[in-house]
Design a protein around this ligand. Sequence first.
Ligand code: RI2
Length: 320
Amino acid sequence: MTVHATAEKIKRMEIRGAGRIARAAVEALRAHARELDARDLAGFRKGMEEAAGLLLATRPTAVSLPNAVHLVMAPLGKAEDLGEARDGVIRAADQFIRSSKGAVERIGEIGAHHIADGETILTHCNSEAALSCIITAARQGKDFEVFATEVRPGNQGLLTIQALSDAGIPTHYIVDSAVRHFMNRIDRVFVGADAVAVNGAVVNKIGTSLVALAAHEARTPFIVAAETYKFAPRTTLGELVEIEERAGDEVLPKARVEKLPRVTVHNPVFDVTPAAYIDLIVTEEGAIPPSLAYIIIREFLGWDIEEFHKTFQIAHRDQG
Ligand code: RI2
């Protein structure tokens, strides 16, 4: 698929889920690198940077997208000629896609240890990583049930109940506002993440923080499943993760709102769950308490933080 077509699909949420978005963007960059008709290294760099820019402008919150683009574009800086640059990008893309799929599998294996026979699990939204934990536990022969929320307004819960049902797991489907009503029956909550900040706060689908609050009140363990490329390096520099606000007509049809001149419809699609409500973050490198988020950024993400700080300072100096 072309970069343009992929970007449109990500914007419209036809491709969605933080991990899938990252992989789709990387696949588009790889195809672009193969086909880009550039005369020299400078032309290739320019063409690749334009493509990366298009993909990065699609949705602002899932940090897996800029992290993946950064990893795939990194060889461009080191390459000495066009052939080396093209090969480097293609190799980095292959490597990202392979390791991303491997990470989801590994998270499933680690997360499944936290599900026991007879338990009741709750999940919110549709997270490949969280579902990997749940479905791996089912494949191990554990007998448990899952509550899945509807997830207004995108209804991603429908994807989740399909996956759970396909995996043969007894599933309960509830509206988002029923979470607290059922929380006393829940043994453990599993959700995914679009971004994890350096302070261990997790950005995930709108409503996640309410689920966490209800879990905290009921003393129910709250577990986040997140690949290391969901951790946000820029939060070490004090940057906040931008919360995407989508069109109000996803919540209420325009025709209806037009009859309500004093009503504004808001549609933030993510919220922030503070580290205090999170018991564990399961990554492919192991399960960590949220307080160790910095270690993941520093040791496993493959970013040279010192180098990153320098670039950031230079960029700011240039802007100033
Ligand atoms: P995986 C999704 O965002 C949800 O918030 C989900 O929890 C998160 O990405 C992580 O999903 P959206 O694209 O990467 O539905 O674990 O807005 O699949």
